[in-house]
Design a binder for this molecule. Structure first.
Ligand SMILES: [Zn+2]
Length: 279
């Protein structure tokens, strides 16, 4: 995939890592850094039945709670993270990013949910940040200098609200991070070819991010919108260096072996989860 309007120094692509009977998608640039662990779950290796087959990590689906709990255990074992350390985003498709600490461990999992938010940051090694996804993109952030991480859930609303840039800003404010030190990767996400929206929405993206390259005209009154490119623009605008940005280009709609897709499965599907933590 070519993005001439973003320059040529951005990293492209993902690695798929098999672990514990399931698999995770990840960014090679983050894998190569010491001190951080991250991944985006796949549907493989869980216990849920169709259409939630099989590693459904969404509590809000009509899938028995004990299945989801068992799936989370499989996810944690495979990712080598402690169940107790997870803090799960309480998403509302907004632009809010919250700082969390060790006192929040378990929130959204086996304790009360956080306030509504779509993104999280922490510098606590005892916390694993978690987001939920079914076509929506993710931002993984890591500052190896100040030792802090961030994670955000980004559907079209969060992307338009620049939630990735807001996570960078909160890391600057809370941890003194310099954007030039922060490594960022997007996660798997519905791609431009598969994401048809109203033309009016595509034009709002073009206005917000300053380029019509974000969409292509489709059927009458419709357009195909590139959320990942909008994600990239906001991260670069926030001061992250292009060579520190990875775009995974893994389409959740197309890669049906690996991913649930809200749009492909017409809403009757499971959820993936992303995680990032210091180590
Ligand atoms: Zn696609």
């Amino acid at each position: 995939m070519q993005y001439p309007f973003l320059g040529t120094r951005i990293n492209h692509g993902y690695v798929c890592r098999a672990a514990g009977g399931t698999a995770f998608f990840a960014a090679e640039a983050l894998n190569q850094k010491n001190g951080v662990s991250h991944g985006f779950s796949t549907r493989l290796g869980g216990v849920s039945s169709a259409p939630y087959d099989s590693l459904n990590l969404g509590w809000s689906r009509p899938d028995p709670t004990e299945n989801v709990a068992r799936n989370f255990q499989i996810f944690c074992d495979a990712a080598q993270i402690e169940r107790e350390s997870m803090v799960i985003v309480n998403y509302e498709h907004g632009g809010t990013v919250l700082k969390v600490t060790g006192g929040d461990r378990g929130r959204g999992f086996d304790r009360e949910p956080l306030a509504f938010c779509d993104g999280l940051v922490t510098n606590d090694e005892n916390v694993v940040l978690i987001t939920s996804h079914a076509d929506c993109g993710a931002f993984f952030l890591y500052d190896p200098v100040k030792r802090a991480v961030g994670l955000a859930h980004a559907g079209w609303k969060g992307t338009l609200a620049r939630i990735g840039a807001r996570a960078v800003e909160l890391m600057q404010k809370e941890y003194g991070s310099d954007p030039k030190d922060i490594l960022v990767s997007t996660g798997p996400c519905i791609c431009k070819n598969c994401f048809e929206v109203d033309l009016e929405l595509a034009e709002r993206f073009a206005d917000e991010f300053g380029t019509k390259s974000l969409y292509e005209h489709g059927r009458e009154g419709k357009a195909r919108l590139d959320l990942e490119a909008a994600a990239a623009i906001q991260i670069l605008d926030a001061g992250v260096k292009p060579e520190n940005l990875t775009l995974m280009h893994a389409c959740t709609y197309e890669l049906d072996t690996y991913f649930f897709s809200h749009r492909r499965d017409k809403g009757d599907t499971g959820s993936m989860a992303a995680y990032i933590c210091l180590k």
